[in-house]
Design a protein around this ligand. Structure first.
Ligand code: DAH
Length: 366
């Protein structure tokens, strides 16, 4: 054992000096290990206490322990100081310039269905139509009966309706359903506002059907005009004007075919002429081929009556079509299911910029 009496004041001075000059946390830790580590100098001194005579130990122990406490305190103080300096240095270099332009390009886009809905609203707003809405969960009367589709009517079978269970019924105990078309908005509008009525009603509709051109949820747009002295001529002009604006060409050709819908009488189905180019793309115009795009007709007297209006005073026309189908036709998409898959690559390809707001003056197309 080292019998030489250690010079504690000198040792303290040396250690404090070493602590003072440490410029990094690593360097400071080296001083700690040198003083207080397992084989550190102060640790060694503490070990000598055990071999001392009791009276010598009583004299030496407080000095050595005081030294240990002083060094421990000095180490902690220096450590806090170095950590603070390190943080300050980091904050100084990690400056953020809030005036810099964003580095990432925003990837969000407007879905083609939303874009086409905006286009339709723009076209019809220009013709004086307001936008009306109705609930997606409908009752039997609005979705069918008031539209001249009574319970036994065969048209009900064509609608592949999603019904709710017994716990969700209307006041007559009939099950509620997901609306199968936007036509119930005609009823809701006629029973809640006074004519003249000029509205379109875009929205979600549901049928239990799924393939390349049908999805269980799809979008329709309904149109309704109720006024005095409305004739089929008004219907024809309105739909012609609409389709020319939508396809952005004056040479759109239309064919009105007699059709049947319970809520219109007479009814007409409207076809748009088109051809297929050498690349297999659909080109609107001409009379080579025909494709059905709209259902329409003069509002049936029974529907006007069901809404509490006098059909001898008020007449009108209505039309309805699939928004998704219009979007597919205009922007050349061939599988409807892709509309609702949420595939980012599809959305980037077919999506629209949020700045691409359809206006009649700037063009409703992209
Ligand atoms: N509601 C019809 C359907 O879903 C579409 C329709 C046809 C709406 C003729 C109309 C109309 O307003 O007059 O098949």
């Amino acid at each position: 054992m080292n019998q030489e009496k250690p010079d504690l004041p000198q040792l303290k001075e040396d250690l404090i000096a070493a602590i003072e000059v440490a410029t990094s946390l690593d360097a400071l830790d080296a001083v700690r290990v040198h003083a207080l580590g397992k084989s550190g100098v102060i640790t060694g001194l503490l070990k000598t206490l055990g071999g001392m005579a009791p009276e010598q130990r009583t004299e030496e122990a407080p000095k050595i322990q005081a030294l240990r406490n002083d060094i421990t305190g000095a180490l902690a103080g220096k450590k806090a100081e170095l950590e603070r300096e390190e943080l300050e240095a980091r904050l100084a270099t990690e400056k953020q310039d809030m005036t810099l332009p964003v580095r990432e390009r925003p990837t969000g886009s407007v879905h083609p269905v939303g874009q086409v809905m905006d286009e339709l609203a723009e076209i019809f707003a220009d013709l004086g139509f307001a936008v009306a809405t109705g609930p997606e969960i409908e009752d039997d009367w609005h979705n069918f009966t008031a539209l001249n589709i009574p319970p036994s009517h065969p048209a009900r079978a064509e609608h592949d309706t999603f019904y709710f269970g017994e716990d969700r019924t209307d006041e007559k105990g009939r099950p509620m359903m997901l609306r199968t078309h936007t036509s119930p908005v005609q009823i809701r509008t006629m029973t809640s506002q006074k004519p003249p009525i000029y509205i379109i009603a875009p929205g979600r509709t549901y049928r239990s059907d799924s393939d390349a051109t049908h999805t269980p949820m799809f979008h329709q747009i309904e149109g309704l005009v109720i006024d005095r002295g409305i004739t089929m001529g008004h219907l024809k002009w309105t739909l012609e004007t609409f389709l020319k604006a939508f396809f952005e060409r004056g040479d759109v050709t239309l064919r009105f075919r007699p059709g049947y819908f319970p809520f219109t009488e007479p009814s007409a189905e409207i076809d748009v002429g088109y051809s297929v180019d050498e690349k297999g793309r659909t080109v609107i115009g001409g009379a080579e081929k025909w494709m059905e795009v709209l259902g329409s007709g003069m509002v049936n007297r029974r529907v006007i009556e069901a809404c509490g209006l006098d059909p001898d005073v008020w007449q009108g026309f209505a039309f309805g079509t699939g928004v998704d189908r219009l979007a597919m036709l205009k922007y050349g998409m061939d599988d409807l299911r892709a509309f609702f898959d949420g595939d980012l690559r599809w959305l980037r390809h077919y999506g629209f910029s949020a700045f691409d707001v359809p206006t009649l003056s700037g063009g409703v197309g992209a």
